[in-house]
Design a protein around this ligand. Structure first.
Ligand code: DAH
Length: 343
């Protein structure tokens, strides 16, 4: 049975040299399988036992069992050591420096035009106006005819207006909401109508094909020109501060009579003259007027009984004036360097 002892010695030296080579936990696992598995040499020796003389079997069995236990022990210890090392390395790699400053969480914000609209709406609502929304796509009548535009008025021209069909167009102003409101409401009417408008113009630093307006419309008995002035003054003081100075200039719009334009003393130079007010000392902020009797009549409101005023103002222009923005295209370019200045 010397050959069995030799076999075992050989097996041990093979095992030990392979054990030395092993460096990964996977290596030890496969070593275990190779030597101690069902098809391994230890198992083969066990099967050999059958062929040994029976009186030697207990002794040889013990020898084989000892070597088996020895291998198991080696494998397990090495495996444990190796796993601990591997864990150490992984922890080192996955180390987190909790003192590092965190990544900045970017917060979204409302678009400057939305902010300006909301601010103006808030002021008018606090003055007793309610918000009425009109359609962006409307009929030629609601946008022009019902507002006393003569049939040959140049604003109706294809050059200024986006027509979708001979009868339908993209509204050129929020004044269309006046016509809608009179169709569904009887006086007293006190509404504002914020929204988007479209004009067929060349896009430049100062004009765009779409922009926003807020329309105002107030109809009741005994509404006078003084009410219009007081309402505009009150709104502009709430928007721009109590010290604001207003100036009213006669102007023409087909749907009002008299019509006027409202200027405020330049908020940048306080009237001394600067680049923003083009050295006039004044900034034009809105158009307004007393609602034309023809408009009331077409809206089935008796101009003998009722009167009212209306106004419209461009939100982009106002926001540009208030923030010294020189190019209207910035509002639609989605450049976060521009937009984050308003967050
Ligand atoms: N709709 C006019 C425009 O877009 C602005 C305007 C002027 C509206 C006078 C009004 C008004 O209600 O009374 O230029």
């Amino acid at each position: 049975m010397a050959s069995l002892q030799d076999l075992i010695a050989q097996l041990r030296s093979d095992f030990m040299s392979e054990l030395k080579e092993a460096s990964h936990s996977k290596d030890f696992e496969s070593l275990k399988v190779k030597y101690l598995g069902k098809k391994g040499p230890i198992q083969a020796l066990m099967l050999e036992l059958k062929n040994c003389p029976s009186q030697e079997r207990p002794h040889l069995g013990k020898v084989i069992n000892d070597i088996k236990e020895e291998f198991v022990l080696h494998c397990e210890r090495s495996l444990e050591r190796c796993k601990a090392q591997e864990l150490d390395e992984r922890l080192k790699q996955e180390w987190i420096d909790v003192t590092l400053p965190g990544r900045r969480i970017r917060k979204g914000a409302l678009h400057p035009i939305t902010q300006a609209l909301n601010h103006a709406i808030e002021i008018f609502v606090s003055m007793g106006f309610s918000v009425q929304l009109g359609p962006d796509v409307d009929t030629e009548y609601n946008n022009f005819g019902g507002l006393n535009f003569p049939p040959d008025h140049p604003a109706r021209d294809m050059l200024d207006t986006f027509y979708l069909s001979p009868e339908l167009l993209l509204r050129t102003h929020t004044s269309n909401v006046q016509v809608h409101t009179m169709r569904y409401h009887k006086p007293p009417i006190r509404i504002i109508a914020p929204g988007r408008c479209f004009r067929n113009e060349d896009i430049s630093a100062r004009s765009h094909v779409f922009f926003h307006q807020i329309e105002g419309f107030y109809i009741d008995r005994h509404v006078t020109f003084a009410d219009l002035l007081a309402t505009m003054d009150e709104f502009l003081a709430k928007l721009l501060g109590k010290k604001v100075h207003t100036r009213y200039r006669p102007s023409y719009f087909p749907f009002v009579e008299p019509g006027l334009e409202v200027d405020v003393r330049c908020i940048s130079c306080n009237g001394d003259g600067c680049r923003i007010c083009k050295h006039t000392g004044w900034l034009e902020v809105l158009g307004a007027g007393m609602v034309h009797p023809n408009v009331l009549r077409m809206g089935h409101i008796d101009p003998e009984e009722y009167s009212g005023f209306a106004w419209g103002m461009g939100i982009e222009r106002l926001t540009m004036l208030l923030n010294d923005i020189k190019d209207i295209r910035l509002f639609t370019e989605n450049d976060t360097r521009f937009l984050t200045q308003f967050s």
